[in-house]
Design a protein. Sequence first.
Length: 201
Amino acid sequence: MINLWKIIVTIIMIVFMGQGMILNPNILSMEESVDSSDISAVGMQGITCKEGQIFPVTGDYYVYAPSVIKEGNRYHVFYCSNADAGEIKDSIYYRQCVNTGNGFVYSESVQVLSAGKGWDSMHVCDPSVTRGDFVYQNNSYKYLMAYLGCSSKDNQDNKIGIAVAKSPEGPFIKVGSAPLVGFEFDGSADVWEWGVGQPSL
């Protein structure tokens, strides 16, 4: 019988190697699963957990689309937010939550990925992060992020990129100058051309 899992991992490795990257196929077994009742997203109003809201929104800011890795009693939370009040322009942020047994204690927000100058010059959002062993340009990294990026203010022509970091709080380094998964944007068609996005690792 053909091992479907090995086929999937092989395809992923081929794609990443095309980006000049080496991937350890054991990465998916290294993450500890996170109970969906622990942390979840509630619209644009904040990120909540079963202990209550942990990332409240104040002023003209929003947070959404969390990606969580649990290591022991620590939650590494990556999410989308705006850097400037009232401006709808996504960047990716990080906070660490520690479950003390009497509730969560969490770090200050740190921006770990922002818009670039090319295909992702407007928004970077929808992070999906995993831990493993990665090599990019002869440097070793522990965290791999897939993310959505676009250059349009109306959120069309979305594409998917990847970035790597040595620690969860970054800095995350974008892999290559081109998206990992592209989209052929027409622009003349009378249809909404959202593109591709919302990656999952």
